[in-house]
Design a protein around this ligand. Structure first.
Ligand code: CDP
Ligand code: CDP
Length: 224
């Protein structure tokens, strides 16, 4: 079967990674979580107290950032490594989520991440999820999906995940983080979150993970 590029963009916590991972597994494609890259850069900036209002400082620190995805045979999932350290777990913290949209709005950060993302897709057979994958990273992708879901449902989904890691977290914190990120991500000057004109919209508010995967597999077969 011809390999294609599949892009999945959309609002936070609506199920993009879940769908992308499922598609990659089913099609034997590579899955890339572009958000993990922005989260890892943010973690690096926080750890090194980078003043990201200073462009020169951002450029200088980015030169020391190395990002790689490695497959974990135990969990059968791809995990994010920052300068050789597995940061897959720590980048999901609210501390990182509170700052990631600010960092992801910076021009040098986007140039740095997008160049690597394009290389990863050079041989096709890839599913990448994020905010600007169908609009900027792979504008000629064969299949573009734009995901959305009711706000309250998205908050509930992310709260359940974070609460399992940290029972001190409140639903209000999660709600305000999602609202803040969605606002910054869709209003920034460079590569804002928006639906590509040729994207197919999926509202999965009342869909199970199995239903959304079956819906997407059908689309892939139509496109290939
Ligand atoms: O999983 P969730 O939807 O909460 O977010 P994520 O995909 O891990 O992305 C975290 C943040 O990275 C987003 O809120 C955006 O600020 C940024 N991001 C971006 O700017 N462009 C992308 N292609 C992917 C993520
Ligand atoms: O990548 P994104 O932030 O868009 O979302 P995700 O990490 O794939 O999904 C957020 C949470 O929603 C996960 O805990 C999924 O298991 C859950 N989910 C769900 O309950 N129902 C769906 N149809 C899709 C995702």
């Amino acid at each position: 079967m011809t390999k294609i590029i599949i892009t999945i963009d959309g609002w936070s916590s609506c199920g993009k990674s879940t769908l992308a991972r499922g598609l990659a597994k089913e099609l034997k494609y590579v899955y890339i979580d572009s958000g993990a890259m922005y989260r890892a850069i943010t973690l690096y900036f926080l750890r090194h107290h980078v003043d990201w209002s200073d462009n020169a400082s951002v450029q200088q620190h980015l030169a020391d950032v190395s990002l790689e995805f490695h497959h974990n045979a135990h969990t059968d999932q791809s995990e994010m490594y920052l300068n050789g350290e597995n940061v897959e777990y720590v980048i999901r913290d609210l501390v990182v989520a509170e700052k990631v949209s600010e960092v992801a709005a910076l021009g040098p950060v986007r140039t740095f991440a997008v160049a690597q993302q394009r290389k990863m897709g050079a041989r096709k057979g890839i599913v990448m999820d994020g905010r600007d994958i169908g609009t900027v990273v792979f504008p000629h992708a064969e299949l573009k999906i734009f995901m959305t879901a009711d706000n309250a449902i998205r908050v509930e989904r992310r709260f359940k995940e974070l609460y399992a890691k940290n029972p001190n977290i409140t639903i209000e914190e999660v709600k305000s983080n999602l609202e803040m990120r969605d606002y910054i991500d869709s209003h920034r000057a460079i590569s804002p979150l928006r639906q590509a004109e040729d994207a197919v919209v999926l509202d999965n508010s009342y869909m199970t993970m199995e239903e959304q995967l079956a819906w997407a597999i059908k689309l892939v077969h139509e496109r290939v």
